[in-house]
Design a binder for this molecule. Structure first.
Ligand SMILES: [Zn+2]
Length: 462
């Protein structure tokens, strides 16, 4: 008997909660706006799920998910009962996925949609990720990035749509998008949604793009040597470390004048920076392009001209191998123990093995290929303004070029053993011409390259 009373009380309490909620829901503006079909449906849902009723009331409801192949892009649409404010989109590789994090919600979309292949989308999955996050994972057919996303009402006051447009892309761009995510959040320059301005009655609502950020390409310029490591010297005692720092400053201002680049130097002063620290700086600054500046010196005074070097396991020539060995060993001469700097070839092999373990070997090879393209662009522009060495595109195991994250080229600006090169490198107008040629080459590379010069740095346009 006692048990029966308890059950009776339990049911009465549940029904009371249900009643109160329905009254409260009815008072809410959005329910009045929801079409008759959905309010009946929602009502049935409320009654059917007495136990889970609070959850239904509190969380936005996903009614449907649709995707469309538009050829150039694939559109993924989530129909929601209300606007969701908290949202993040991530790009993942191995396998290629786009992950959309929504606030905790009630998923009521038809199951059959999940395995439907459409354009770039192979299938999708979803589930509660943690107490506050509901995660939608889109499995991709091939690499893709989010081109655009927006939250819009289907009709004013009715269902909301989260629209995500995907475009075909590359593995590298997906990796770059991943790296960009924290910096966007950290700098608070990118809002998750376009805002919707409601128009006067009878007129369509206007979408206002709040993504007024300009993406700047990050260029990291590395003036070689510095501090206790002077690099090469001229017969009159001019030091490579000073010449390349001056050149770096000219190049920096030339990039900055375009307004399209964010430039960092690995050293602004005459100080010693270790080789591995130099490309670490570029990685930390999320460099799109890394340029290391040097000037060589040899016995013969006759040989002069510029040359470009990219990373390779095997040197392109004996001369390139000599130079790489020399540039790498300056660090040893600066007083660092030999075992601190492994033999460059071993270094590169280890790096490739390390990356292979992580599944990034292909990315590294891509980067070397892209570095070569960048070197070609630099070669084409620099040859217009100055003398180049024969076979000026070379490769060797330069430790400073070993980053797998960005195209890296080492530029030998000339020979400190050649009087004409020394005169040029002391001439401001010549340095200016070099700077302009380098800017032109990098811009050409970034615009022609199928992979944009990302990672990028986000700044807000004033
Ligand atoms: Zn050097």
């Amino acid at each position: 008997m006692n048990n029966l009373i308890l059950i009776y009380l339990h049911v009465v309490i549940k029904l009371n909660i249900l009643n109160n909620l329905i009254i409260r829901l009815n008072k809410m503006y959005f329910l009045r706006c929801i079409s008759k079909r959905y309010s009946i449906w929602l009502g049935i849902l409320l009654v059917a799920k007495v136990v889970g009723i609070t959850a239904v009331y509190a969380k936005p409801v996903v009614f449907d998910v649709r995707s469309y192949d538009h050829g150039e892009f694939t559109r993924f649409v989530i129909d929601l009962s209300e606007k969701v404010e908290h949202k993040k989109i991530h790009h993942f590789i191995d396998p290629y996925r786009i992950v959309i994090d929504l606030p905790a919600l009630n998923w009521q979309a038809p199951l059959k949609r999940e395995s439907k292949k459409e354009g770039l989308i192979a299938s999708f999955r979803h589930g509660l990720f943690n107490a506050d996050t509901y995660r939608v994972v889109i499995d991709l057919e091939s690499p893709a990035v989010v081109k655009d996303e927006l939250m819009s009402p289907r009709e004013e006051g009715k269902l909301y749509r989260l629209v995500v447009d995907l475009i075909p892309s590359s593995r590298r761009a997906m990796l770059s998008s991943r790296k960009m995510e924290p910096i966007i959040n950290q700098m608070n320059t990118s809002r998750p949604f376009k805002t919707i301005k409601f128009a006067a009655p009878g007129r369509k609502p206007q979408f206002v793009d709040v993504h007024k950020d300009v993406k700047k390409i990050v260029v990291v310029i590395d003036p070689g040597h510095g501090g206790i490591d002077p690099g090469a010297t001229t017969s009159s005692g001019l030091l490579e470390k000073k010449i390349v720092l001056l050149a770096a400053k000219f190049i920096k201002s030339a990039f900055e004048r375009t307004g399209r680049h964010q430039v960092y130097l690995t050293r602004e002063k005459d100080k010693f920076v270790r080789l591995r620290k130099r490309f670490k700086i570029a990685q930390n600054k999320r460099a799109g392009v890394f340029l290391s500046l040097h000037a060589d010196s040899i016995k013969s005074k006759k040989i002069g001209g510029m040359s470009l070097y990219t990373l390779s396991n095997k040197a392109s020539s004996r001369e390139a191998a000599r130079l790489a060995k020399k540039e790498n060993e300056f660090e040893l001469r600066a007083g660092y123990a030999f075992d601190d700097v492994p033999e460059t070839e071993t270094l590169i092999q280890n790096m490739l093995l390390e990356k292979a373990k992580d599944g990034f070997k292909m990315a590294q090879m891509d980067e070397i290929k892209e570095s070569k393209h960048l070197a070609e662009e630099l070669n084409n522009e620099l040859r217009k303004i100055g003398k180049m060495l024969p076979n000026s595109l070379r490769s060797a195991g330069f430790a400073v070029l070993k980053s797998p994250d960005h195209p890296s080229v080492l530029i030998e600006l000339g020979f400190l053993s050649n009087p004409k090169d020394v005169r040029n490198l002391q001439s401001k107008s010549h340095l200016q011409r070099i700077a302009s040629a380098i800017v032109k080459a990098v811009e050409g590379f970034c615009s022609r390259n199928s992979n944009p010069c990302t990672p990028t740095f986000h700044v807000r346009r004033n």
